[in-house]
Every structure is written in structure tokens, then in C-alpha cells.
Design a protein around this ligand. Structure first.
Ligand SMILES: *Cc1c(COP(=O)(O)O)cnc(C)c1O
Length: 406
């Protein structure tokens, strides 16, 4: 029998970039009884979370909530807006962008995959000038959507979504803009309406601090209009019926009641702290983490400081070191999970998540585990990353009283 309550002393450090640790407050909220999803109490919960999640996406338009992982919401974004054989411009920032492109192919779309060549492309964000040039060459407007990942979780690189919007407009191109911020939402600044995004895809288990299991489509009026004529087959993912029933706080099928309790609590927590404070906390922890990596003498996967991810840091291993062996040592010795290298960077780097329910001392413990694990794995580190991060955090303290007052 598998023992689900396996519990060595102390707590497990879940430092992967999603699922992120679920705060006790959210776990408690999720333990309330499952109620009638057609009853009066449920409608009140539904209306509350639907209104609250709009504040997180910064949109005044509908946000559809699915009982599915982020992958489901990817499919929903494509199948609601596009038709078989449609050309779509996608951009290779890393593993997740690659998976989304594979999905587009399997749905019968024709993706055109832009990107910088080789591994270099996995160290930088979307290049808006490449998007603009490609769209300019599409004089007949055959490309129906531009799909980009805001926070590429496989590498720790973000992309400037406002600049992608500008590139589309500069080319005078009518394509929809679809953005995956599954791991960026509620950790990195994001503005669905202001940045002119047509569909934003997100999920529960990263910045929102929930377990996996619900995901989102924020939908612009232009995307909603496109859905009226889009011909890809869809039923479960169809926006129309869900948005219609959401007006009164209900869903056409059984929604994930207990995860919606969790979402309600997560929204309270995030809005109490204040979105700007949440973003600042992530930036601060990410900077401390990067200082640690530099002090170790190791390279950060993201090669462009302008687009460092506030969510996670990719740490490249020196030649001859298997990053997964280092991760295994850290797991076995210190009960900490780090993110593995995915796709093209498998074995060459690991990822430290510093998102969601994370504070100074969480990060310090995680960095201590990394530093000890690197040494045990025979990586000759140049200096103490732990000291470098401590110095930065101590010099840039953010008192609790200040956070509470916000
Ligand atoms: C986690 C993640 C996904 C996949 O979401 P699932 O919930 O695992 O289906 C897709 N894109 C990005 C950027 C992610 O971080």
C-alpha cells in the first residue's frame, strides 16, 4: 500500500515551480463540506470567485474556470477561437511553448514556430521584432493567432507581452493574441485588458497557491466574437454555455466545489496582501536567489536580465555534472524537491521555485539545501550563495507591519 501520509520529521520543501506549497488557510477552506452545486450557497461562492479572479487577471471581461489542469485550458483557448487548418504563429521560448505547439498540431492547426536557434532561444524571451516581421510578411492575413508563453516555467525566462501586442499592431495584423501565463499569474505583473490580450490561459497550482485541478481562460470581446465562427470541435470546453450560466454563479456541469473554496481563500489572501506587494515579494526573493547562484559561480539559465522570471530561477550545471543527480542528492539528504531540466535542457540545469507561499526564510532554507547538495555532488562552488542571499535579504527587509498595512 502507498502511504500518503509519509512524514519524515520537519516539512518537505516543495521548491518546484508548481505545484507550489498550499498554505494551511487554503487547505482548511478546502475541507469544508462539498455542497449542492445547484443550491443557493454555491451560487454565492461562484459569483465571488468569478469576480475575484477578474482582479487577478486585471480584466473586466469574463474569466472561464475549468475543472482541468492548465493543459485543458490551453486546448480551450485554441478550440474556442480557431478553425481546422488555421495558421498560428507560435514562439519557442522553451519546453512549455513546445508542448503548446504540439497540441496545436494535434488539433489540426498549422503552427509556424518562430524562435532563436538552439539552446540560445531557451535563454531569452519572445523577440517582438521577429513576430512583427513574420506578421508583415503575411499580407493576406492567413495567420489567425499569435501564441506566446508569458513565464516560461522550463527556463525561468519571461516575455514582454505588451511588446508582443505592439508588434502585432505595428504590423497592422488582425491575429488574436493568446498568452499562457499558467505559472506567471499572481506572481508576476500581468494585465489582460491593458496589454490587449485576447485569451489568457492560467492554472491553479502555481502563483495561486492551490492544488492542481482548476484552470482559466480570460476572454476578450474580440476572442468571444471569434468563437462564434470558429470551427474546431469543442463541447466540454465551449465558452458560451459556461459564461451564460456563470452570470448567476453556476456551471453547466459539476464544478470543482472544494477547489473553488480554495480559490476563494487564495483570492482573499492575495488581495489582502495587495497584488503589487505580492509582485514585489516575488521580485525580491528572485533577486536573492540569483545572487546566490552567482556567488556559487554558476550560470543562470536566463541570459537577459530584463526578463528574469520572478517565479523561478534556472541554474545551469558545469560541464560533466548531471543536474538530475544533484537534484536526487538534495532530495535524499534534505527532503527538498527541485524542478528538473525539461526537453532540450534535461540533465543540464535544475530549477528553484520561489513562488506563491514563499518568504525570506523559506528561500534561505532552500538555498542552504542547494548549497550543501552542490558540494556533496562534487560541484566546486566559488563561494557561499547562502551568505550572498542573506546579505541581500537583510539589507532589503520588508517588515511584516508594512505588508499588513498595505
Ligand atoms: C505548468 C504549466 C503548464 C501545464 O499545466 P498543467 O497544469 O500541468 O496541465 C503549461 N504551461 C506553463 C507555462 C506551465 O507552467
Amino acid at each position: 500500500m502507498i502511504k500518503l501520509d509519509f512524514h519524515p520529521a520537519g516539512r518537505h520543501f516543495l521548491q518546484i515551480p508548481g505545484p507550489s506549497p498550499v498554505p494551511d488557510r487554503i487547505l482548511r477552506a478546502m475541507s469544508y463540506p462539498t455542497i449542492d452545486h445547484r443550491g443557493p450557497e454555491f451560487g454565492a461562492v461562484g459569483l465571488k470567485v468569478l469576480a475575484g479572479i477578474q482582479k487577478i487577471f486585471k480584466t473586466e471581461h469574463p474569466v472561464v474556470i475549468y475543472p482541468a489542469s492548465g493543459t485543458g485550458a490551453w486546448e480551450a483557448a485554441l478550440s474556442n477561437t480557431l478553425s481546422p487548418g488555421d495558421r498560428v504563429l507560435m514562439y519557442e521560448t522553451g519546453h512549455f511553448a513546445t508542448l503548446w505547439k504540439k497540441m496545436a498540431e494535434s488539433l489540426g492547426l498549422r503552427p509556424e514556430f518562430l524562435g532563436l536557434p538552439g539552446i540560445e532561444g531557451w535563454r531569452r524571451g519572445v523577440q517582438p521584432d521577429m513576430v512583427e516581421a513574420h506578421l508583415r510578411s503575411d499580407t493576406e492575413h492567413g495567420i489567425k493567432a499569435v501564441c506566446v508563453v508569458h513565464n516560461e516555467t522550463s527556463t525561468g525566462v519571461t516575455s514582454d507581452i505588451a511588446a508582443v501586442r505592439k508588434a502585432i499592431d505595428a504590423a497592422g495584423h488582425p491575429a488574436l493574441l493568446l498568452v499562457d501565463t499558467i505559472s506567471g499569474l499572481a506572481s508576476a505583473d500581468y494585465r489582460h485588458d491593458e496589454w490587449g490580450v485576447d485569451v489568457t490561459v492560467s492554472g491553479s497550482q502555481k502563483g495561486l497557491m492551490l492544488p492542481p485541478g482548476i484552470s482559466f481562460n480570460a476572454v476578450s470581446p474580440k476572442a468571444l466574437a471569434a468563437s462564434k465562427t470558429a470551427k474546431l470541435p469543442r463541447s466540454f470546453w465551449g465558452w458560451d454555455e459556461i459564461i451564460e450560466m456563470n452570470r448567476t454563479g453556476y456551471w453547466p456541469y459539476t464544478p470543482n466545489t472544494n477547489l473553488l473554496y480554495g480559490l476563494s481563500e487564495a483570492l482573499d489572501m492575495i488581495l489582502e496582501e495587495g497584488l503589487d506587494n505580492v509582485f514585489a515579494r516575488h521580485q525580491r526573493l528572485a533577486e536573492a536567489c540569483r545572487r546566490a547562484v552567482r556567488a556559487w559561480g554558476l550560470e543562470i539559465q536566463c541570459a537577459d536580465p530584463a526578463v528574469y522570471s520572478p517565479v523561478l530561477t534556472g541554474v545551469m550545471m558545469p560541464e560533466g555534472i548531471d543536474a538530475d543527480a544533484v537534484r536526487r542528492t538534495i532530495y535524499d539528504r534534505f527532503n527538498m524537491s527541485l524542478g528538473t531540466g525539461l526537453g532540450k535542457v534535461r540533465g543540464r540545469m535544475f530549477r528553484i521555485g520561489h513562488l506563491g507561499d514563499c518568504n525570506d526564510l523559506t528561500l534561505m532554507a532552500a538555498l542552504a539545501g542547494c548549497e550543501m547538495g552542490l558540494k556533496l555532488s562534487g560541484v566546486s562552488v566559488a563561494g557561499s550563495g547562502v551568505s550572498a542571499a542573506m546579505e541581500y535579504l537583510a539589507a532589503h527587509a520588508q517588515p511584516l507591519s508594512l505588508k499588513a498595512a498595505a
